[in-house]
Design a protein around this ligand. Structure first.
Ligand SMILES: [Cu+2]
Length: 173
């Protein structure tokens, strides 16, 4: 009832002063765009690749380079695979204990302001379960941050990591 009265008053106000009404509508549009932006991690950039799943391998792996170009610390909580609802991705670290490498799940990754995290073989990586990837495909990822922000990216699938090239390197140019 109160809502209706308010609406009636607003309609009268709009009829009398269309200019002011335009201002109010513009304010509402700007406000909602601003609210939508708050939910996205636009100041974080992501590059990287996933490795082709070798025949018979139960798991896959991806390595991301995440840069926090924003003005505050961000915490990455998890990574989702939007195109592969039955698969999962886990943040892992690799630690050496008594000469043996072990993988540990990470509950989150801190991204201090202005800093980058570079995942690589033998260190932090993204473990992929339940999805088989072939070189040449793209893998869509959704990064979920502690502040509720999300970032959608696509990374290429490569036959092998650049650091795994054996023998003489290729020199271009
Ligand atoms: Cu792992």
């Amino acid at each position: 009832m109160r809502q209706l009265t308010r609406f009636a008053a607003f309609s009268r106000f709009c009829r009398r002063s269309p200019g002011a009404m335009f201002g109010v509508v513009l304010f509402m549009v700007v406000f909602s765009v601003d609210t939508a932006m708050a939910g996205e991690a636009t100041d974080v950039t992501v590059a990287g690749f996933a490795r082709e799943t070798p025949p018979g391998a139960p798991m896959g792996v991806a390595y991301l380079r995440i840069h926090n170009g924003g003005a505050r610390e961000r915490r990455l909580l998890r990574v989702e695979l939007p195109r592969h609802p039955d698969a999962s991705a886990q943040l892992h670290s690799t630690v050496r204990e008594g000469g043996v490498s072990r993988m540990r799940p990470l509950s989150e990754i801190e991204l201090p302001m202005g800093q980058s995290l570079e995942m690589q073989p033998g260190a932090t990586h993204l473990m992929l379960r339940g999805v088989r990837l072939a070189a040449g495909e793209n893998l869509p990822l959704r990064l979920i941050f502690a502040d509720g922000g999300a970032l959608e990216v696509e990374i290429p699938v490569r036959a092998e990591a650049p650091s795994e090239h054996r023998g003489h390197g290729h020199h271009h140019g």
